[in-house]
Design a protein around this ligand. Structure first.
Ligand code: NAG
Ligand code: NAG
Length: 232
């Protein structure tokens, strides 16, 4: 490395003021296509859990993709805090990544508790029983964040343009009162919710919540195609 390129890199490091988690991002590691951020459902253990399935598909099928299981507090017994922590961490991560890697695109997928955290990070909190407030993501990130996918979101409400799946009239157990707050990101959003998933489709009769566990096998390939189409 020449002295001037080193000086240039130091200048970049000194100039960009980004949230702490983003300081871990090395500009050399920016995705040449899309960076996939994954927020798993509740439970202890690693940050991917069953989301390794969608991670593998994206890395196999989209050249230049990178991915990360967002290390939020998915194992915390306080689900309200866990979702809040995931939303804040995701917003910080998006802001930091967009600053360090302005030419990379970002896709987000959240499942279950991770879907709540994801949708709240994009749209802000507007559910009566969710007490920790989060503001909507700044619209200036709309050109960076090209896809936001929810699987089995407990804040699901019917009749939204981004809804996918066969839950047409049910709602999540923490229904979103102001889905209009998601509109600025509508072209990036897809929220998958099937009949039989009582967490996102709670009015309809449940079948032991089986549908909450079939999104991966049913929709992963659709999600890859959606990300590819959004990459243009
Ligand atoms: C969320 O959890 C992470 C990881 O433990 C922690 O570093 C961060 O401070 C927490 N943020 C909030 C807002 O709770
Ligand atoms: C809706 O999707 C679930 C989960 O795949 C499936 O079990 C169910 O049969 C579907 N229901 C209808 C009415 O299509």
């Amino acid at each position: 490395m020449t002295v001037s390129s080193l000086a240039f890199r130091l200048l970049i490091l000194a100039t960009f003021i980004v949230p702490s988690i983003a300081q871990a991002i090395n500009p050399a590691d920016c995705a040449s296509s899309v960076h996939l951020l994954l927020l798993r459902g509740e439970g202890t253990g690693d940050d991917l859990n069953v989301l390794d399935t969608i991670q593998n598909l994206v890395l196999e099928q989209i050249p230049g993709a990178t991915s990360l299981g967002v290390p939020y507090q998915h194992g915390d017994s306080d689900k309200q805090f866990a979702a809040y922590n995931g939303s804040v961490l995701l917003q910080q991560y998006i802001a930091g990544y967009a600053t360090t890697c302005p030419d990379s695109k970002i896709a987000v997928l959240g499942y279950s508790l991770g879907a709540v955290a994801t949708m709240n990070a994009i749209c802000g909190v507007s559910s009566l029983l969710i007490t920790h407030a989060v503001e909507a993501l700044d619209f200036k990130y709309a050109s960076n964040v090209i896809a936001v996918v929810a699987y089995g979101d407990e804040t699901y409400v019917p009749l939204q343009s981004w809804n996918v799946g066969n839950c047409t009239i049910g709602a999540g157990i923490y229904p979103r009162l102001d889905p209009g707050a998601c509109e600025p990101f509508a072209s990036s959003l897809k929220s998958y919710c099937d009949y039989g998933d009582y967490q996102c489709c709670s009015i309809l009769p449940d079948d032991a919540n089986a549908a909450h566990h079939t999104y991966f096998t049913k929709y992963n390939q659709d999600v890859v195609a959606f990300i590819q189409s959004r990459l243009g």
